[in-house]
Design a protein around this ligand. Structure first.
Ligand SMILES: NC(=O)C1=CN([C@@H]2O[C@H](COP(=O)(O)OP(=O)(O)OC[C@H]3O[C@@H](n4cnc5c(N)ncnc54)[C@H](OP(=O)(O)O)[C@@H]3O)[C@@H](O)[C@H]2O)C=CC1
Ligand SMILES: CC(C)(CO)C(=O)C(=O)O
Length: 332
């Protein structure tokens, strides 16, 4: 059963790399710069638990043409949200009818966007809870914990063992929307992390940054409540308790929620990586999604709106924010 990773960057190389290291036949589709990196070094997949797996360069099949997806039985879509529509259009041209397509992307609308285009395929929504850092030289490192989440579907049965062998077991859900919104609540930190210009652990160790995240989450939780959506519990603490925990003084936060800081010291968010690489960020699909949710309810979301605006400004002119300055800006 051929597995194609479509948009093989950080997440795609890591997930596809672990599947390949576990013996699955994987074709990566993506950009020439990544093909060159993997062609020179092969793939090395490491994680926070000490896993260290390799796939030799000659065993990595990395293609740059969408045509390579024609043979896929299972497609894992791992482009950033802004690239989903073009990826969907390319896939619609080449995919076999009946192929299974899983969106392993952040945000809540990528599955829908793919489904609109891929009428002859089965499109499922997935979620990647952990952080992946490309350390260069073909090394991709998983810095935090979590299993891959995906919508339940019988068509996934032939692949369940391959994901388990890869050390990335699939957790299937009857209703994925609460899982997606729970992840989005965590991703509200992406712009804060990107604006702080700090590794995640350093940023979340500072109360002022945590208060910014608490404000963005509290605003979102109230809107989700009004919409009748109850976010899933992804971590030991229920999502609706997060804002209260995040606002705690540093010493209490470390004592009660120290596990939240059990993050690889180098890990940063994908939004920070986008700003670093001068790429368009996913802010419109994360905090911007909250603004749209507010509008659908005839309400506003000033904190998420401001974070969206600050990231758009940072997309053209970068500046590093201190926690207190950012908090003041969000409270204005
Ligand atoms: N990185 C992380 O730690 C995490 C990321 N996520 C989510 O996973 C998704 C993927 O993120 P990530 O792996 O970091 O993103 P990356 O930007 O690292 O990887 C996506 C790759 O897809 C390429 N691409 C874009 N369009 C196409 C196309 N049409 N055909 C082929 N290749 C294409 C991009 O190239 P180019 O840049 O040239 O467009 C890029 O190399 C996002 O939704 C992200 O939010 C979720 C959890 C953690
Ligand atoms: C895992 C997490 C929340 C942080 O890295 C992420 O999803 C991202 O960076 O986009």
């Amino acid at each position: 059963m051929a597995i194609v990773v479509y948009g093989a960057g950080g997440i795609g190389c890591y997930v596809g790399g672990r599947l390949a290291a576990g013996g699955a036949a994987v074709v990566f589709v993506g950009r020439q710069r990544v093909a060159d990196e993997l062609g020179a070094h092969g793939l090395r997949l490491t994680d926070y638990l000490g896993a260290d797996l390799r796939v030799a360069a000659e065993d990595v099949r990395y293609e740059t043409s969408p045509a390579a997806a024609a043979e896929a039985d299972l497609v894992l879509v791992t482009v950033k949200s802004a690239a989903t529509e073009s990826a969907a259009a390319e896939l619609a041209e080449v995919l076999k009818p009946g192929a299974i397509v899983v969106s392993f992307q952040n945000g809540v609308r990528n599955g829908e966007l793919l489904r609109e285009r891929l009428k002859d395929q089965v499109v499922l929504t997935g979620m990647v809870p952990f952080n992946v850092l490309n350390r260069g030289g073909g090394v991709f490192h998983q810095g935090t914990e979590g299993a891959l989440d995906v919508q339940r579907h019988p068509g996934l049965a032939p692949y369940v063992d391959a994901f388990a062998r890869a050390g990335l077991p699939l957790k299937q859900h009857d209703d994925i929307l609460p899982v997606q919104w729970a992840k989005l609540l965590l991703n509200l930190n992406n712009p804060i992390n990107a604006l702080s210009d700090l590794p995640l652990r350093d940023e979340l160790s500072q109360r002022a940054f945590r208060r910014c995240l608490a404000a963005a989450q509290a605003e979102t939780l109230a809107l989700l409540d009004a919409k009748g959506i109850k976010p899933a519990q992804l971590l030991p603490i229920p999502m609706n308790r997060f804002p209260m925990i995040l606002r705690l003084p540093d010493f209490l936060f470390r004592r009660l929620a120290g596990k939240m800081l059990a993050i690889d010291p180098l890990a940063r968010t994908s939004m920070w990586e986008d700003l670093e690489a001068d790429r368009r960020t996913e802010v419109d699909y994360l905090n911007g999604e909250v603004v749209r949710l507010a509008e659908s309810l005839g309400r506003t979301a000033p904190v998420n709106s401001k974070l969206t605006q600050l990231i758009h400004e940072a997309e053209s002119t970068r500046r590093s924010w201190s926690g207190p300055d950012l908090l003041r800006e969000l409270q204005r």
